[in-house]
Write a protein of this length. Structure first.
Length: 432
């Protein structure tokens, strides 16, 4: 161990969890270094992305108030697709048009770098282009990090290094993961005139839309597509379960799925004329609470995606507000531990208690079995077919006399839904 004096805290990763932790600790006057392997905070982050701000307002009020978010979301859309048709459900809501807004679209490169400036203003050393390679240990406890051949001893390390967290793994804080626990996500950003975005989506200036796609876009595999309106761009992407892709034995490549997705008329009409500015890919944790393991050990806490704190319910994708809230809670406990000169695993386990009492683990616990429900392939094949065929029949007027609408609907329901499998699915939905 180096003889250099210990600083209060080292934070690994400059995503939202790391930045939130650094912000809270620096605001308390702690000496903090944040190390980010990317060119700048935000440069390596991939998010859909829409952030729900109601849950985090109390943790970082000034950040939520002043952040350079893109648009507040006033319109939710769900597109269910088969190979040849689609059904679009749209929900608008006056409440979402009023402050305080529930959720905003966000571009991470912009938001994270702005957040990093606020963190630096609080006195934290934010060091980009510095990858942490290893942990330092002292008497069986984490005692700092090794980065680029340099040792940085610290009273507390907060690992916020994202979904594949090597820091958590090195500290033995990671649940055993399988391909079933992850999805691969591809995202593109298309630049488009704000007025065109507003006209196409029926929005007023600053208002945004969030759109999810399910069904044929993933060829029946677990996953779906997304589209979010930013100020002057659209974020468009596709998420597919890695396990489901592997079962196809390499027959389906995710980038080809993405090409086909953007070429679908239901997507193309929105993206049309846009200039592709960004392409990125990332993994996303789909394990839910089963992927949350131990969250701390002597000298170290884990926050955000690194701790497995992410929740996909099909209709909502949440990770960013979990990252921010867990980062702040990790920092609060680290601050108290430093003040008490007790960074033992037992003291730091207060963090787990805090998370359990907060929306983070309560929501994850409530939706403990959501993955089992969402993995059902019928959700991506049978139900989209049912909806599309039902609407097609109801709206079709052909040369033959038309059957009564109720009979038409029942025929389709009997074909797809009113079966033993449908009954089992119905029972399984109680898990959500
Ligand atoms: C395509 C996609 C769409 C998503 N959509 C949404 C959405 O709409 N809403 C939502 O709430 N969530 C969404 N998520 C999830 C959300 O992006 C994450 O939950 C969130 O970014 C987690 O933040 P984090 O700070 O924990 O991790 P990250 O944002 O991944 O940050 C980790 C940081 O650590 C750095 N790092 C890693 N290893 C090291 C190292 N050894 N040394 C130094 N630095 C290191 C990385 O470069 C990175 O900057 C989406 C994710 C994906 C992939």
């Amino acid at each position: 161990m180096s003889s250099i004096e210990k600083i209060d805290a080292v934070i690994v990763g400059g995503g939202l969890a790391g930045l939130a932790a650094a912000y809270r600790l620096s605001a308390s006057g702690r000496q903090v270094i944040l190390l980010e392997r990317g060119d700048a905070p935000g440069s390596k982050n991939v998010s859909g992305g829409r952030i729900y701000v109601d849950p985090i307002r109390r943790y970082v009020p000034e950040i939520v108030k002043e952040a350079p978010f893109e648009r507040h979301v006033v319109k939710e859309m769900l597109v269910v697709l088969t190979d040849t048709g689609s059904v679009l459900l749209e929900h608008g809501n006056e409440r979402w048009r009023q402050e305080p807004y529930m959720s905003h679209t966000v571009l991470r490169a912009r938001f994270d770098s702005w957040f990093a400036d606020r963190v630096a203003e609080k006195g934290c050393f934010v060091i980009p282009k510095r990858r942490v390679d290893d942990l330092l240990w002292e008497d069986g406890r984490v005692a700092g990090v090794r980065a680029g051949g340099e040792e940085i001893p610290a009273h507390v390390v907060i690992a916020a290094d994202g979904a594949l967290s090597f820091m958590a793994e090195k500290a033995g804080l990671r649940a055993r993961r399988t391909p079933r626990d992850y999805a691969v996500a591809i995202k593109e950003v298309y630049k488009l005139d704000p007025k065109i975005i507003e006209d196409r989506f029926g929005l007023s200036p600053n208002e945004g839309a969030a759109c999810l796609f399910m069904g044929a876009v993933t060829r029946g595999m677990f996953g779906g597509g997304f589209l979010y309106t930013n100020k002057d761009s659209l974020s468009v992407g596709l998420v597919v379960g890695i396990d489901a892709l592997m079962k196809e034995g390499g027959a389906i490549e995710s980038h080809r799925l993405m090409e086909a997705f953007v070429a679908r008329p239901e997507v193309e009409r929105w993206v049309r004329g846009g200039e592709l500015k960004e392409y990125s890919a990332h993994v996303i944790s789909e394990a839910g609470i089963q992927g949350v393991h131990k969250l701390c050990t002597g000298g170290m806490l884990v926050a955000g995606d690194a701790a497995g704190l992410a929740l996909n319910l099909g209709l909502t994708v949440r990770g960013m507000e979990f990252a921010i809230a867990s980062g702040v809670m990790a920092a609060e406990v680290a601050d108290a531990a430093i003040a008490e000169a007790d960074t033992s695993g037992q003291f730091l386990s207060l963090y787990e208690e805090k998370l359990k009492e907060s929306f983070v683990l309560r929501d994850m616990e409530t939706f403990r079995r959501s993955r089992e429900v969402l993995e059902n392939p019928r959700l991506f094949t049978v139900y989209p077919k049912f909806l599309c065929e039902l609407f097609e029949s109801l709206f079709t007027v052909g040369s033959e006399p038309k059957a009564p609408l109720y009979r038409t609907a029942m025929e389709k329901a009997r074909k797809y839904v009113l079966k033993w499998d449908g009954f089992k699915d119905f029972l399984s939905f109680r898990r959500m």
